[in-house]
Design a protein around this ligand. Structure first.
Ligand SMILES: *Cc1c(COP(=O)(O)O)cnc(C)c1O
Length: 356
């Protein structure tokens, strides 16, 4: 059990009202959780303090060599007032895997869980209640040694910050246009692709800018070696419904193992769909789009939950998927997962955890 020290703000901010737009990642609550690590001493001084700038040396290792990992999950306010988290144990396990890959000391699972509950509980009045809104929770760890050499840091800070976010699709599920990138790559097997590391995003920005300039909202990455097999979208995993079957790229070491991905696979199987986790080449995908067997395409991730894809572009070939709206299975998954997250529908055991 962590002995968390509380230092509440004396100057609380105004909590956004139901009419205020909540642009993703722009508004932060009054408090944050912080805990320090020092070699020999371990994780110590857990505290909930006012949200404020950090004090770091300009030589802090994270600023130079990106020894940092993060997580992302959401807290929801149910209609009966309960505060719910969706599969937080999965985020905690994935954080441990990410830490392990970047030589960062892991945070004990029960301490991580306690920290999540404590900080969300303090700022629970910030959880918006309009349909589709939630409190985005961003845990992360940074290497803080003031040292310009490459080795694992001896000191770290673990933080959790909270941000109220609006509906991802205020006008309903709107299909996105996806650019299949064949010049830049995000990750290679053996690299950081399966860790939730900021460095993966640094590698992705160039292609994201390119896709935006071409009028596409997201990049679909191909494998880093052959540039042939589908990996994932910017911050989402990708699913296809081809001739009645659900197909998603198999976790190969360079794809991020999404919790929404895992949940979609489990739900589809429970509904009787055949789900194939396997390699799928861009040629196979484009051929399925052309011959009409590609019935639905959707991305999965905590931010959007399910994001239908309406267009794919690979080199000079552009294909439209379905009739431009959301596919029936994508809609069913979206309704099922958001229903479970909001406590309206009973999900599989353990998927929803209440914050007291
Ligand atoms: C976080 C993330 C995802 C989605 O994971 P969820 O656990 O479903 O939110 C997919 N791809 C990348 C690169 C990510 O960082």
């Amino acid at each position: 059990m962590l002995d968390i020290r509380y230092e509440k703000t004396t100057t609380p901010k105004e909590i956004p009202g139901p009419e205020d737009p909540l642009v993703f990642g722009t508004i932060f609550t009054d408090h944050m959780f912080v805990m320090d690590y020092e070699e020999g001493q371990g994780w110590h001084d857990p505290r909930i303090i006012p949200y404020a700038p950090l004090s770091l040396w300009p030589s802090a290792m994270v600023l130079h060599y990106s020894q940092t990992v993060f997580e992302g999950l959401k807290a929801y306010k149910a209609e009966d007032g309960r505060v719910l988290l969706f599969r937080p144990d999965e985020n905690i396990k994935r954080a441990a895997d990410s830490c392990e890959r970047l030589c960062i000391p892991t945070i004990p699972e029960e301490d991580f869980m306690q920290a999540l509950h404590a900080v969300i509980s303090v700022d629970r009045d910030w959880i918006p209640t309009r349909p589709g809104t939630s409190l985005y929770v961003r845990p992360f760890v940074i290497a803080t040694d003031p040292f310009l050499g490459v080795r694992p840091s001896h000191t770290y800070q673990f933080l959790i910050i909270l941000s109220p976010v609006g509906a991802y699709y205020p006008e309903g599920l709107d299909p996105v246009k996806i650019w299949i990138e064949d010049e830049y790559v995000r990750a290679v097997r053996g690299g950081l692709g399966q860790a939730k590391a900021g460095a993966n995003y640094a590698a992705s920005i160039k292609a994201q800018v390119k896709a935006h300039d071409e009028g596409y909202s997201q990049v679909l990455w191909l494998d880093g070696v052959e540039r042939k097999y589908i990996e994932e979208v910017g911050s989402m995993n990708i699913f296809f419904k081809i001739a009645g079957k659900v197909v998603t790229p198999v976790l190969n070491g360079s794809i991020l193992p999404g919790i929404t991905r895992k949940s979609c696979i489990e739900l589809c199987r429970s509904w009787g769909y055949e789900v194939e986790e396997r390699k799928i080449s861009v040629e196979e995908l484009m051929a399925a789009a052309v011959d009409g067997s590609l019935e639905e395409v959707w991305g999965t991730g905590t931010a959007a939950v399910v994001s239908p894809v309406g267009h794919l572009r690979h080199q000079d070939q552009v294909v439209a998927i379905g009739e431009g709206g959301i596919g029936a299975l994508s809609q069913r998954l979206y309704d099922a997962i958001t229903g479970i997250q909001l406590g309206r529908v009973e999900g599989p055991k353990g998927w929803v955890v209440e914050v007291k």
